[in-house]
Design a protein around this ligand. Structure first.
Ligand code: ZN
Ligand code: ZN
Length: 319
């Protein structure tokens, strides 16, 4: 199967994003890049080198709904009239508008984020969300676990791999143990579990880190020899990356447990202590809070700390 990696610029700190052209019938893109002039021009030019125009694309498959990955989906479909957009339905609707909906506000306030800080983050997010078209109004087909994306030469198996986001999906070419895994596995960085409402019960938080560990083990069960991530070069040493992630998660678990004090610590306080340097930069603040919550939830579910709610705010305490 002809899988071609195209590196596309983004305005985000993470740098370039990977778009994958599956040059088989039907012509398919996995992820598309953010909705910026630069990204659209770069994608157009790189596809042209492979003899492909936007209007030739028949299928757009999205690993998840972050702006750097999905922003251009509707623009490309507009040019490629009947192209189908596929995404897991846990990535759309209220889950997609990160920070835009009441569920997000509730989750943030419960984590000890002061209302004015939440308002600042929400205003910043409104800017970021301009880098994609809304995926709220339908017009896409759902991806689900174990479904096969058929091509003339074979198929890619859809793997639902929640964690980074609830509806994150990966794709396996079992014949040659190749994976395309979005932000689930990245060469140089440990993926962040991003705070999301639970798709089944939006009044609850999605248990992102616990889900992520299950997803990682699921990907590992394919014994991949090649894993294409959402950013950076492909991973050829999956097992090493897997162990590195597990070690990093374990170290962070120890650190977060040590930050929880007898007087009760909110996720917001823990995030400030965990990431004192990046805490003032707005974009990183949401990521820092997401990371702290994911680790506190996981530590609590593992019986390492306790949680109590008082005045609508959750306080973590040592056991
Ligand atoms: Zn992402
Ligand atoms: Zn990404």
């Amino acid at each position: 199967m002809n899988i071609i990696r195209l590196s596309i610029p983004t305005p985000f700190y993470v740098g370039d994003v990977n778009v994958y052209l599956i040059k088989e019938d039907p012509l398919t893109l996995i992820d598309v890049g953010p909705k910026t002039k630069e990204a659209a021009a770069a994608l157009r030019e790189k596809l042209a080198k492979h003899g492909v125009k936007f209007s030739d694309i028949r299928r757009i498959v999205l690993t998840h709904a972050h702006e750097d990955h999905c922003g251009l989906a509707k623009s490309i479909r507009d040019e490629a009239k009947d192209a189908e957009i596929l995404i897991h339905d846990w990535e759309t609707g209220h889950l997609f508008g990160r920070l835009a909906h009441d569920e997000h506000r509730e989750l943030m306030l419960r984590s000890g984020v002061p209302e004015p800080v939440f308002k600042e983050m929400q205003a910043l997010y409104a800017q970021v969300s301009l880098l994609t078209d809304s995926l709220e109004d339908g017009g896409f087909s759902p991806l689900h676990d174990e479904m096969e994306l058929e091509f003339a030469t074979g198929s890619l198996k859809v793997l639902h791999t929640p964690g980074h986001t609830p509806g994150s999906c990966s794709f396996a070419r079992e014949a040659n143990r190749t994976l395309i895994c979005g932000d689930c596995v990245l060469k140089r960085i440990t993926p962040n579990p991003i705070l999301s409402p639970d798709p089944v019960d939006p009044t609850k938080r999605f248990r992102s880190l616990a889900e992520y560990l299950v997803s990682l083990a699921k990907l590992r069960s394919y014994s991949p020899t090649l894993a294409y991530g959402g950013h950076g070069e492909p991973v050829t040493d999956f097992d090493e990356i897997f162990h590195r992630y597990v070690r990093a998660i374990d170290e962070r678990q120890k650190r977060i447990v040590s930050l929880v004090g007898g007087e009760g610590t909110t996720a917001f306080d823990a995030a400030k202590r965990l990431f004192p340097d990046s805490f003032d930069h707005d974009v990183h603040r949401f990521l820092a809070i997401s990371e702290a919550i994911a680790h506190l939830d996981y530590a609590e579910s593992e019986g390492k700390i306790a949680v109590e709610t008082s005045g609508g705010i959750e306080y973590y305490r040592p056991l």
